[in-house]
Design a protein around this ligand. Structure first.
Ligand code: TXA
Ligand code: MG
Length: 318
């Protein structure tokens, strides 16, 4: 861990576990260090990064919070920080334009992962850290995934085991007392409604969220989503991998149709399903199948975030 802090201080990039997915971190105030993130990820410069803080008190150094929203920000940070909630706020000058892709806003969060928390605290400054995958690919949920994605491009990976949530943080834009969900995640819309009016960002291509491109989180193998996997019949001679929430007696009977199967949560638990999602997508991607068929999960709670990731993965293969 100490090695990680030294590397960060020296302007290097380091992969670190967070409670959501692994991040690729650099000193957010050092544009040259941040540039290395874009290079390692092959990420286009128009796609801004999330900035991670050690604690709430650091927020005012990087963001300026205007009065009608100050109370809402206070309540949200008290309720969800440290944790998987990213807030879009007005950026301060101190943050290099490269971090925010020239936008007036900055995306910020405080990670609850003990290793990340320790490192950002010792570093004592904001860390820019997007997910540690190549652009457009599946986010890494274990150190081995980071190694496979960008291992040869970075000097250090801190192994913190499998991540708890398995999907990226919920991103919320705060404007005029309302909450706009820019990216669904572990903190659900239901959980946010207690704090104000919640809207969903629909046109995901508009400038306020340049990185929310429709096609994202994608395996190399073609992936399609279906409502009911039981009625799916693989084409003759095709090896198909199946990804589904939980097995029903009928889906058990149709298992023989598939070359590989992954069940997200046998007990039907959304949190467990989210934690398994990206690892299973990677495993099916590596299983040498011609096609991955994913059955959408019930559209409720964290299931919405899971379906969002599945639909984006499928969007790469129109
Ligand atoms: O859970 C997470 O949020 C993980 C861990 C590592 O913290 N990070 C993560 O970062 O998912 P990344 O860069 O893979 O996704 C951040 C998303 C991108 O789609 C980006 O476009 C968007 O947040 N974003 C960042 N700053 C933004 C801004 N100022 N305005 C709009 N969207 C922004
Ligand atoms: Mg990402």
């Amino acid at each position: 861990m100490h090695g990680a802090v030294e590397l960060l201080r020296a302007g290097e990039i380091v992969a670190l576990p967070t409670e959501t997915v692994y991040g690729l971190a650099a000193d957010a105030l050092n544009a040259a260090a941040v540039a290395k993130i874009f290079q390692a990820k092959e990420r286009p410069k128009f796609d801004p990064l999330i900035v991670h803080l050690s604690h709430r008190a650091m927020l005012d150094r990087v963001a300026s919070i205007q009065d009608p929203d100050a109370e809402l920000v206070e309540r949200l940070t008290q309720a969800f920080w440290p944790g998987p909630l990213t807030l879009l706020l007005e950026k301060r000058e101190i943050i290099p334009d490269l971090v925010t892709a020239g936008l007036e806003t900055i995306a910020v969060r405080v990670s609850a992962h003990p290793i990340f928390a320790q490192i950002v605290k010792e570093f004592d400054g904001p860390l820019a850290a997007p997910s540690a995958n190549r652009f457009g690919r599946i986010s890494p949920t274990q150190a081995a995934d980071v190694l496979a994605e960008i291992g040869e491009r970075i000097p250090f990976i801190v192994d913190g085991g499998s991540t708890e949530h398995g999907i990226e943080s919920t991103i919320v834009r705060i404007a005029a007392g309302e909450l706009e969900i820019m990216r669904q995640g572990p903190i659900t819309a239901e959980a946010l409604t207690k704090f104000g009016k919640v809207r969903h960002a629909h046109d995901q291509s508009k400038i306020i969220a340049p990185g929310q491109s429709t096609s994202h989180y994608a395996p190399r193998t073609k992936l399609v989503v279906v409502d009911d996997i039981r009625s799916f019949a693989p084409a003759p001679g095709k090896r198909v991998g199946a990804l589904f929430f939980r097995e029903t007696p009928v889906s058990a009977a149709s298992r023989y149709k598939f070359a590989a199967t992954r069940e997200l949560s046998a007990r039907g638990d959304f949190r467990e399903a989210a934690a398994n999602l990206f690892r299973f997508m990677r495993e099916l991607d590596d299983a040498g199948v011609d096609l991955i068929v994913a059955q959408l999960v019930p559209e409720e709670g964290i299931g919405c975030a899971i379906n969002d990731r599945l639909r984006r993965a499928a969007a790469k293969f129109p």
